[in-house]
Design a protein around this ligand. Structure first.
Ligand SMILES: Cc1cc2nc3c(=O)[nH]c(=O)nc-3n(C[C@H](O)[C@H](O)[C@H](O)COP(=O)(O)OP(=O)(O)OC[C@H]3O[C@@H](n4cnc5c(N)ncnc54)[C@H](O)[C@@H]3O)c2cc1C
Length: 414
């Protein structure tokens, strides 16, 4: 392989950044080309009217193994959510605490109507590994796996559906049991966290380690070969290797591969600003819709966790699963009606700050597929290469770089 030119990485999402970071550590020259004006791809935080708004509510699980290696957690000033959640059901909230980390609240949770005693015991057994989903084939949807594990209908509907639905960003729980297994393991081992400066601090941290001249923004790649890329501007850049760190569809389009259609899980995120004195909750806890009524799947008061709101104000993030065609006015009205049921008439003081409609949030993951990391001598990485998440994106970026640094590691095609 010709190693005289830089490795050109297309896309400065978290996978492209991880790839660049590994090359940088190995002293291999690279150039990162990103079509938008900032690093991070699907991970970004906007500053708006003094608030910090993530482009869609998302969290870092501190037990993600790749993230633990790739990120400097102390500098991110991670703020952890409360270990547990509060589920809205039959006119009130019920706390479901993790008995391993909050023993008193955990024991108190046993008596609430969110599942039976047997269900809660089963969660404990799952957590300690005494029961497991490992023998369940990967094409089995989570909803079926939960049934196979013997969870009651009330536990599934009141807890698993809103909780895992919020993780998968789909309410049917058709996502493969593998994603359930992996996510549950990480939830059990670590914390659910956000950086003090919002989720966008994660890509900014990695980008900050790279030489400024090694990243070019507002550069859309329109054509690739194994040793060059062409930009929309007409410029052609020679490369010792090319990495497509885009989503699956872009990578397929650029390599003229067949079968580019993929399903995505979509999400809406409504941010409300609330006068601090009308804030109904002061814990950094995830609130779940356990009765299925109203559009909001989960809600958190993010200003209880990070300093994402200006003085005197609080910030609420409400997640609505799927794509919604309603206008802002209609959707907000439905959400506010639901929130009034949850928190009372003071919700009239809530004001919509912004709505984010993310149609391509997470690739649908109904079974484990294996994607070869090299097509026609062009490398690729991205969250879709594994069980889609921040962690799989980081891992696949690092692995693509390792294959370039040591081509003997490139797996042979079956
Ligand atoms: C609302 C939301 C909630 C989520 N929640 C969670 C969560 O709680 N936990 C979790 O672990 N994960 C979550 N995720 C998923 C996680 O954010 C993604 O898995 C991860 O960011 C994907 O990174 P990536 O590098 O694979 O792809 P991307 O972030 O999509 O990066 C691809 C980059 O390539 C660029 N690009 C594409 N085509 C070109 C081209 N032709 N030329 C130049 N540049 C190009 C794009 O602009 C983009 O910057 C969530 C995602 C969203 C959107």
């Amino acid at each position: 392989m010709n190693v005289s030119g830089p490795v050109v990485i297309v896309g400065a999402g978290i996978s492209g950044l991880a790839c660049a970071n590994t090359l940088q550590e190995a002293g291999r020259p690279f150039l990162l080309l990103e079509k938008s004006d900032a690093p991070g791809g699907r991970i970004a935080t906007d500053h708006y009217e003094g608030f910090k708004l993530d482009r869609g509510f998302q969290v870092l699980l501190t037990a993600y193994p790749e993230a633990e290696k790739a990120l400097d957690y102390p500098s991110l000033k991670l703020r952890n959510f409360y270990n547990g959640s509060r589920v809205w059901f039959q006119g009130r909230f019920h706390t479901l605490a993790d008995p391993f980390r909050n023993p008193i609240a955990g024991i108190a949770s046993i008596a609430n109507p969110i599942g039976s005693f047997a269900d809660k015991l089963k969660v404990g057994l799952l957590r300690t590994g005494l029961i497991s989903t490992k023998s369940i084939p990967h094409e089995v949807p989570t909803i079926q796996a939960l049934d196979q594990l013997g969870f009651s209908n009330s536990m599934i509907e009141r807890f698993w559906r809103p909780f895992m639905g919020g993780v998968f960003l789909e309410n049917d729980l058709h996502t493969s049991v593998r994603k359930f297994e992996e996510t549950f393991r990480f939830f059990s081992k670590g914390a659910i966290a956000l950086p003090e400066d919002g989720i966008g601090a994660i890509p900014r941290q990695i980008a900050g380690r790279l030489p400024p001249k090694s990243i070019r923004y507002q550069e859309q790649v329109v054509e690739v070969s194994k040793n060059s890329v062409s930009l929309r501007s007409g410029e052609k850049i020679q490369a010792s290797a090319v990495v497509l760190a885009t989503d699956f569809e872009q990578a397929s389009l650029l390599t003229n591969s067949k079968g580019i259609e993929r399903d995505w899980n979509s999400v809406e995120c409504l941010y409300f600003k609330i006068p601090q004195k009308w804030l109904p909750e002061n814990k950094p806890i995830l609130l779940l819709n356990g009765e299925g009524e109203g559009p909001v799947n989960n809600l958190s008061f993010l200003s209880n966790l990070t300093s994402c709101a200006p003085s005197g104000w609080a910030l609420a993030s409400a997640t609505i699963l799927g794509r919604r065609e309603e206008s802002d006015g209609t959707l907000v009205e439905e959400a506010i009606t639901q929130m009034k049921r949850w928190f009372g008439p003071e919700v009239r003081y809530w004001e919509l700050l912004r709505r984010y409609s993310v149609s391509k949030a997470i690739p649908s993951f109904q079974k484990k597929e294996s994607f070869h990391p090299v097509i026609d001598n062009i490398f690729r990485c991205g969250d879709y290469m594994g069980t889609p998440s921040i962690d799989s994106a980081l891992k696949s970026g690092r692995e693509a770089a390792e294959l370039i640094l040591n081509p003997k590691l490139i797996p042979t095609r079956e």
